[in-house]
Design a protein around this ligand. Structure first.
Ligand code: GLN
Length: 307
């Protein structure tokens, strides 16, 4: 299949809608994002890679990072992790507090903010201090991306911290139910730093290859997760990766995927490739409008989806 020709066709098709949606403005550092950017990349399990548009433009991966920290926590805790965070779609916005109160501090899944905060807490408990814990995550991200230049954007991390009232409420509520072991400030600092990791669509598609190859990085041959764990991470991405719009994403794209409010989305075609798109305009659920459309067109034109 001529993937580059298909990517170029997708790029042409989405051109008229580039700029639609609303850039995230809950922190000033993200409100400055350029809504006219659009990049898309694929990396195949063979290592071949293709990209179009702004595919070398680094952006804040935001909630996409939740898949990477969840992977790391699964390696440490295996299925014990599910005692503290479930794997059920929430049907609520990613930063909602409501369900967490009546479900006594156990988040529905690891990809809403509350679930990701519990995952950060679990990773902090495995290391002596916050810098060691976060270095472990960055080292892991550099390993799966095969790129030692990956880092966080400190301006975004600080801006998240300054305006993190709702995430702070989520963490404190869970602490009151006994589902946060470390001090709330350290857990939130870890979470905000994780959200501020910057990558390009090229780097993101490379990083998610282990989920396209049953847990084993097809290029380095390193086992990141076992086959069963990889299946489950993909399943949770399919059912929960786009929050209260996960059903709509599955309906339109037909692939497991994860979005972030920075405008990025990554999706996985098991056995074949990982795909990443970036376009900062979001729909009301916090998912990239043009990015979702581009993925929908890609699976339509290639005929590749999990169904
Ligand atoms: N940093 C964002 C937040 O905590 C991440 C949410 C997202 O990407 N959906 O609100």
């Amino acid at each position: 299949m001529d993937y580059l020709a298909i990517l170029n066709k997708v790029l042409r098709e989405v051109q008229p809608i580039i700029g639609s949606g609303k850039v995230a403005d809950y922190i000033p550092a993200l409100a400055d994002a350029d809504p006219t950017k659009f990049g898309m990349s694929i990396t195949l399990n063979t290592g071949e890679s293709y990209g179009v548009g702004d595919c070398y433009y680094p952006f804040s991966i935001q909630s996409i990072s939740k898949v990477l920290s969840f992977t790391l926590a699964l390696r440490h805790y295996r299925k014990d992790l599910y005692k503290r965070v479930w794997r059920e779609p929430s049907g609520d916005p990613f930063n909602s507090l409501v369900q967490l109160e009546y479900e006594e501090g156990i988040p529905r899944n690891p990809f809403i903010n509350a679930g990701a905060i519990v995952v950060c807490d679990s990773l902090l408990s495995k290391t002596p201090d916050l810098p060691t814990a976060f270095n472990e995550l960055i080292a892991f991200v550099r390993q799966v991306s095969d790129d030692n230049s990956i880092d966080i954007d400190h301006i975004i991390a600080n801006s998240e911290m300054e305006h993190g009232f709702r995430n702070s409420a989520l963490a404190n509520l869970m602490k009151s139910f006994g589902n946060i072991d470390n001090d709330v400030l350290s857990v939130l600092t870890y979470y905000f730093q994780q959200c501020s990791i910057k990558m390009t669509t090229q780097q993101l598609s490379r990083s998610f290859l282990y989920l396209a190859n049953a847990g084993v990085d097809p290029i380095s041959k390193i086992e990141i997760l076992n086959e069963g764990q990889a299946k489950r991470v993909n399943s949770i991405m399919l059912t929960c990766g786009h929050y209260d719009a996960s059903g709509d994403f599955a309906f339109r794209v037909g692939l497991p995927g994860k979005s972030g409010v920075g405008g990025g989305i990554v999706a996985v075609i098991p056995g074949k490739m990982a795909i990443s798109v970036f376009s900062p305009g979001l729909n009301q659920n916090g998912n990239s409008v043009v990015g979702t459309k581009a993925l929908e067109l890609f699976t339509t034109y290639t005929g590749l989806s999990i169904f």
